[in-house]
Design a protein around this ligand. Sequence first.
Ligand SMILES: [Zn+2]
Length: 274
Amino acid sequence: MPELPEVESIARGLRAQIEGARIEAVRCALPDLLAEGAECLGERVQGHTIRAIQRHGKYLFLLLGGGLGVALHLGMTGQLLLVPRAAPADRHTHLEILLARRSRKLAYRDVRKFGRMSLLESGPEGLIRRKRLGPDALLIEARQLHGALQRTRRSIKACLLDQRVIAGLGNIYTDEVLFRRGLHPACPAAALAPAEVSGLLRTTRAVLRAAIERNGTTISDYVNARGEKGRYQQKLLVYDRKGKPCRRCGTPIARAWIAGRGTYFCPSCQKGQD
Ligand SMILES: [Zn+2]
């Protein structure tokens, strides 16, 4: 599933290409893609200019001015691509945004169809409030995160995955960050001292930035707006490495069900479970 680095890579690829473009028409072949109340999305955004492309957590926003815009969550397998205007839509392309006087159009592909698009009427802030999203993982302050972790009895992995605590992390980057900090994913979040939370956040940002530099991680479907796969999968230390030797100590990497997700960790290097 696309996480913060993948969505940021898509946003960066689109900024240079479609900021300033005017939306000529929206074609939607899958009404379920549009969140409730967004049936009129095409009519409302038609004729407006894309002024900015922003991201919060795993959400991407096309901002049109006056609070109007389009929010997109890629779900499991969503792809937002810039393709030649004349390119035919395949059976997984559910929505197209035609751009006036541009040789390319935006195409939304989604094999598993868990992605959702919605109309923004009061900017990204309205959606962030409605979805109760926490601060973005690249912007959250250590004391904010420490405060949130103090108020729960959940594991550190469950908290990092919770978009209301910190927005942007999913299963891959959470496992990578916890391995690099030597923290067991089932460790109680409230047990972390302020200095440990600061360190955790430093590592989180370093991992996310390195992944953005490499255009994200492609395990299955993710590609950026130009259709290119990510290259961070070559840098993964634990994710998807069950049974392979830990890159630090040689112990086989374990996979266990933690916080409702298949979780990879090194049983020797990662401590802190009660
Ligand atoms: Zn190890």
